[in-house]
Design a protein around this ligand. Structure first.
Ligand code: OXD
Ligand code: MN
Length: 615
């Protein structure tokens, strides 16, 4: 499609301005077809950027530049007009100054390249919870990934119509080509991390990204739109955009519930979303593995959609035991980035479940290495893994063997429970239900993981708080974000729908014993905690009230093999002294960061819990 054929005058104007600024050699509006995907892949293979994988149909391996391997948090900006709106967890910069600085960089940045215009829908096309974005990019890699991760093409333009709302997203890899120059197999980007920009303009709902071609920096539908800008839209419009997986759980009687769960990165979100229950008769299916958008229906119930249509999962550590369903999801039609390449033409990574076949393997930097005999992470001086620790797979969600039939239902799925969790070797019990909505918001606000000795800037044992797992992704002041959560609960109660609010839980799969061994096996065994949550949502009398919340009654959760009755009791009890320290840490080190914007209701929760612990 040509720009002239676009019906939306605002969209047309915005693209024309970008063309004038970035001076690409040509412009293509993406239609989202398989033919377009195949054409892009051919460009990438012919250009030496993608390697077809003999062992996986229609699957390709890419190797990025070593400077371009992860989200660039230090270069991620929330440029609100008012500095105070960005809050203490974001990098703020003045929007006018930033736009000027970036416009200078964008000038001529697409010379020698094609500008692809990608109209995409976050969420099923036409759903009243979905939103439309348009990304312009000079990266064919971005186009193919967006095809998998979002719904792309003409059907989106049809819904947008002549004057619909869209989030405009600029993206450039910042590598114009001179006459006759080509990428020649080298991942194009701005290699100086300090010259990359992932910018958000919350007042105008815009995204400008420059210099990186990787993941969340470049696939702008994901973290930039579906979380940072969407969190602002959600605040302004009265809904929730959250860093949560969505799972469907069915009990042995065939009754179904949906749960949305927030965990900081590296806590096994994708694994929980695709869990295979060890509890007989129970079934878990996947609706989403990373992001949930939720709106209240006219019936007062909260409905969630997964705004994405693919998984952009971390490859290392994924294996048939940790996530069998993810391994099945990536058998074909999958894009791999920064994995190892085996002699027989397959991908490989550390902790994939087996050593690499053959004598040699190509590592993520493109170097030939001896094929590892086992899948352990290499340790010691100078040891380098074959796959980058943040190597990824991009796979269509429909390929997941346990994708729920209703995962694309435009009206969403009704949420019964929220779970918050992190890596907490001590103090935090296996599962704990909040006493009410505000206590639940309190739980979300203190979420975090304990720092191990390996972390750079914090002492071991310190809790790195990641409220609601949203610290890298909230597009505004987190104090206001907590208030937004509190207000939504109050509104539902005022409207007589308090009983329909999801119940809120705090979980911890990562408790350790005195010998530093995990007390809980995790993975499929987490179904035991989910089953307890399920029954709590139905009001089953299976809990005891404690100062920190409602914990499972003794014997309410059958211990899995290898967990003694004593360990189970410890996992489900209150560590009074540990919680006193926790409360003191929140009071002294965590809440003050949010200044006056920390809702008074949360200080009141802190006081109430402290009183109960002392009582
Ligand atoms: C992700 C993350 O990539 O949370 O999903 O970091
Ligand atoms: Mn995530």
């Amino acid at each position: 499609m040509k720009i002239d054929e676009l019906k939306h005058a605002g969209l047309k104007k915005w693209i024309e301005e970008a063309v004038t600024l970035m001076t690409p050699d040509a412009v293509e509006v993406c239609d989202g077809s398989q033919a377009e995907y195949d054409r892009m892949i051919k460009i990438l293979v012919d250009g030496g950027l993608a390697t077809p994988l003999k062992k996986r149909p229609h699957s390709y391996l890419f190797r990025s530049d070593p400077s371009d391997v992860a989200r660039a948090e230090s270069r991620t900006f929330i440029a609100s007009k008012n500095q105070d709106d960005a809050g203490p967890t974001n990098n703020w910069t003045d929007p006018d100054k930033l736009k000027k600085e970036m416009s200078d960089l964008y000038r001529g940045c697409m010379k020698g390249r094609i500008m692809y215009v990608i109209p995409f829908s976050m969420g099923p096309v036409g759903s009243n919870i979905a939103k439309i974005g348009v990304e312009i990019t000079d990266s064919a890699y971005v186009v193919v990934n967006m095809h998998i991760m979002t719904r792309v093409g003409t059907k989106v333009l049809d819904v947008l119509g002549g004057d619909g709302f869209f989030v405009p997203c600029y993206h450039s890899i910042a590598k114009p080509l001179a006459e006759g120059e080509s990428d020649n197999g080298k991942w194009p980007c701005e290699p100086d991390v300090n010259k990359k920009y992932i910018s958000h303009f919350p007042d105008t709902y815009e995204i400008w990204s420059y210099g990186s071609g990787y993941g969340g920096n470049a696939l702008l539908g994901k973290k930039c739109l579906a979380l940072r800008i969407a969190s602002v839209l959600a605040r302004d419009e009265g809904w929730l955009a959250e860093h949560m997986l969505i799972l469907k759980i069915t009990n042995p009687e065939g009754k179904v519930k949906y749960m949305a769960c927030a965990f900081p990165s590296a806590c096994g979100k994708t694994n929980l979303a695709m869990l295979i229950p060890t509890l007989p008769g129970w079934k878990v299916e996947t609706v989403g593995d990373d992001i949930a958008w939720m709106k209240f229906g006219a019936d007062g119930q909260l409905y969630a959609i997964n705004p994405e249509s693919g998984f952009f999962g971390v490859a290392p550590g994924t294996n048939d035991h940790s996530n069998y369903n993810a391994m099945q999801s990536i058998r074909e039609n999958t894009i791999f980035t920064n994995c190892g390449l085996t002699e027989d033409g397959d991908i490989w990574w550390e902790q994939i479940g087996h050593g690499a076949p053959g004598k040699e393997i190509i590592d993520w930097k493109g170097r030939s290495k001896p094929a590892p005999q086992d899948d352990k992470i290499p340790k010691g001086e100078g040891a380098e893994p074959i796959a980058h620790a943040n190597a990824r797979f991009t796979a269509p969600a429909r390929q997941c063997p346990v994708i729920a039939a209703e995962w694309e239902d435009p009206k969403g799925v009704p949420i019964s429970a929220f779970l918050f969790g992190g890596r907490r070797p001590a103090t935090v019990p296996l599962i704990n239900q909040s006493k009410n909505w505000i206590h639940g918001v309190f739980m979300g606000s203190i979420t975090g993981s304990e720092i191990t000795a390996a972390a750079l800037d914090l002492a071991a044992g310190t809790i790195r708080r990641d409220p609601f797992a949203m610290v890298p992704f909230c597009g505004y002041h987190m104090g206001d974000y907590f208030k937004h959560w509190i207000d939504l609960g109050k509104k539902a109660e005022a409207e007589g729908h308090g009983d329909k609010l999801p119940k809120i839980f705090f979980c911890n799969w990562f408790r350790k014993d005195k010998d530093d061994k995990f007390m809980w096996p995790g993975y499929g065994e987490n179904s035991r905690a989910l089953a307890w949550v399920f029954d709590r949502c139905d009001g089953k009398d299976n809990c005891v009230e404690t100062p920190i919340g409602n914990l499972p009654k003794p014997n309410a959760i059958d211990p899995p093999e290898g967990v003694s009755a004593g360990a189970m009791a410890e996992l489900c009890s209150v560590d009074i002294e540990g919680w006193k320290k926790e409360i003191a840490d929140v009071r002294q080190n965590h809440y003050p960061k949010f200044g006056d914007k920390l809702p008074k209701e949360l200080y009141a929760e802190l006081d109430a819990i402290e009183k109960r612990l002392n009582g």
